[in-house]
Design a protein around this ligand. Sequence first.
Ligand SMILES: [Zn+2]
Ligand SMILES: [Zn+2]
Length: 420
Amino acid sequence: MKKNIMPLRLIPLGGLGEIGKNMMVVEYGDDMIVIDCGQKFPEEEMLGIDMVLPDFTYVIENVKKLRGIILTHGHEDHIGALPYLLKKISVPVFGTKLTLGLLEAKLAEHNIEDTDFREINPDKAISLGCFDINFIRVSHSIPDGVALAIKTPEGIIMHTGDFKIDQTPIDGQLMEFEKITSYRNRLLVLMSDSTNAENSGFTLPEKSVSDTLKELIGTAKNRVIVACFASHIHRIQQVIDAAVGSNRRIVVMGRSMLRNIDIAQDLGYLKIPPKAIVDMSELKHIKAKNLLVLCTGSQGEPLSALTRMAAKNHRNLQIVPGDTVIISAKTVPGNEKSVNRVIDLLFKNGAEVYYKSVSEVHVSGHAAQEELKMMINLTKPKYLIPIHGEYRHLQYHAQLAKMVGMPDKNIIVTGNGNYA
Ligand SMILES: [Zn+2]
Ligand SMILES: [Zn+2]
């Protein structure tokens, strides 16, 4: 696209050239919408900083044009900055049921009330100003994620959100391929998730973790402690299923884990048999072989349940020889030191420890190279803008597009604050 000629503007305010704080402005004439509003975890050299936010200035200065914020899914890097923006402006926020459920809890923590929530049904289009927005269900490491197909006066643009192509999803909700292919040869621009563009092949299905979890949890002779992301509802479901299948009661630890399980269960995204989860006070009455602790702390966060158990300063539970600990998550870049420190402490205290580099206890929620090529082949867009990734991920994604025949000049690798 030539700058300044086309009145359609796509302005990334975050998530290009970095992992995190995803935010994209779509603007045409007097209408503007924002896709996602995420936060980023600080890098190691940013001492004393808790979180990093996108630069909202452009949105605040143009708030008169802003018709709504649309959330693709409920991950922190897509909703985490919203409380800070909503303290400055008020605007309708659109999202699927689970995404809004998670956001509501987050806003309550920030004492933000009266937000204008608009729940979307992925089968119904919405209109905001000159934009008509259609939703496409996608697979990812959190339920209820959507991609967006936005009809603008210049043509249709698609934003994939975060996705992978999982043909056997945990909740049975298959990615809506038929909707995606209905846009074949009709897209002006495809903006697609580049997080895993360095990884060859296909990302393994989430279900593949199930067998490993069942095996480890089923054969453990004593207590099992599993740490995973509190937002990974599919993973939590698999851990619960494996625990129930091996006759274990589940104790949940960690504020965000307790909160998300509540929300997901209330909204029907988690199926938990009655009495499977018991209160922390039951801990001492349950035999070691009948107990599974599900907790936060997969990133070695200093105040998390897992770190405190490992350091033997948790009030209710300390790691002892014979415990099995499973860290069912990837290590987010920047957290390697803290995670390794916790793993070392767990070993020192005599636990058997399983984590991603030694056991198949985690698969990614993002599309690898073959899936990214497939997304381009299914849609055949005129232009591709790789989004959600550090610069090398965007470059790799551009290479993939070339491999499937897109001309160089139609692949736009850009960065935050530039517009296409
Ligand atoms: Zn995500
Ligand atoms: Zn993301």
